[in-house]
Design a protein. Structure first.
Length: 304
């Protein structure tokens, strides 16, 4: 737990030191003035929280200040932390945890966001929990992408099902499901393309892969995880909306939080997409993945 907190601390250091440290200073031991609200709004926008989510937060805080009689800036900080935590906490039960014969996780996202790396990290983590994992290389449009997943598979000791470069990703997905059943695997993680040659339509290809999975395995994919590169800030939100429309994303893996001051984008993702963040990518190594914890995340950005 201590190691975990230390690594979250390191991961969020730049985000905290850049803007959230100033939010912390603004909401210190003083009274709230009109300037407090204006500066808070400006800081949240600078922290990549996004216009829509910043507006929602400000509205909620002003409402609370009025109804709860908050006049001190430090009390406002506590209220802000609560609102940020609430924003990040998914509502409803997580039914992906249901035990199944074969669970299928589809991983999507633009090229370079960290899909393949995150799949290796997830695979290793689940394998360590005793799951029998198989990976599917459905990013068939670049030979290097297939190789990359195979190299990771070898490193972490997880088999990879792949086809020839430029083969149909749906066919690879189908083969991978058959292989998973044959080998009695209980978790199949499917890697996908993030960009295609111009004659193909990425979202259509992803829908096809998704349909193959749902025909082959009851209720599959059981999770569709969208990988978002935190360094893309607000641009990532629009990309995410496209994926969410096309393939129905159930959760987000937010990567490259280490070394970016744009960690506030987590709040924009939660506020604008309403999709829960499940994991944080905290570095390039295979163990650099953390389960997302809203409370720890907010506590790390704003202390009491
Ligand atoms: N610093 C950092 N780098 C990451 C993280 N996740 C992925 N990367 C790097 O991002 C680059 C692209 O990753 P890759 O998995 O190939 O992305 P893909 O194209 O979506 O499959 C690689 O150099 C990874 O090492 C992360 O959490 N932190
Ligand atoms: Mg890849």
């Amino acid at each position: 737990m201590l190691a975990l907190m230390a690594s979250l601390r390191e991961t969020l250091a730049r985000t905290r030191n850049s803007i959230f440290g100033r939010v912390q200073a603004l909401l210190g031991q003083t009274d709230i003035t009109d300037d407090t609200w204006e500066e808070l709004e400006a800081l949240l926008l600078q922290a990549d929280v996004g216009a829509a989510t910043t507006a929602k937060l400000l509205e909620a805080l002003k409402r609370r200040a009025k109804s709860e009689g908050i006049v001190r800036a430090d009390a406002l900080r506590s209220a802000l932390k609560e609102e940020l935590r609430r924003l990040l906490s998914p509502n409803g039960a997580d039914d992906h945890a249901k035990p199944r014969l074969l669970e299928v996780i589809l991983v999507v996202g633009v090229n370079g966001s960290g899909k393949t790396t995150s799949i290796a990290k997830l695979g290793k983590r689940y394998q360590a929990q005793g799951r029998r994992v198989l990976l599917a290389a459905c990013d068939t449009f670049r030979a290097a992408a297939i190789d990359q997943l195979q190299i990771w598979g070898e490193r972490v000791g997880i088999p990879v099902i792949a086809g020839a470069p430029n083969s149909d990703p749906g066919a690879v997905a189908f083969d991978a499901v058959q292989a998973a059943f044959a080998r009695k695997c209980d978790l199949l993680i499917v890697d996908t393309a993030g960009r295609l040659h111009t004659k193909h339509n990425l979202m259509k290809e992803l829908e096809k892969v998704r349909n193959v999975l749902s025909r082959a395995v009851h209720e599959a994919p059981h999770q569709t995880l969208l990988v978002i590169d935190a360094t893309n800030g607000q641009n990532a939100i629009n990309q995410a909306k496209g994926f969410a429309r096309a393939v129905g994303v159930t959760g987000v893996i937010l990567t490259k939080l280490d070394g970016t001051p744009k960690g506030g984008v987590a709040f924009a993702i939660a506020g604008e997409l309403g999709i829960p963040i499940r994991y944080l990518g905290t570095g390039e190594k295979v163990d650099d993945l953390e389960e997302f914890n809203p409370q720890a995340f907010v506590d790390e950005l704003l202390s009491d």
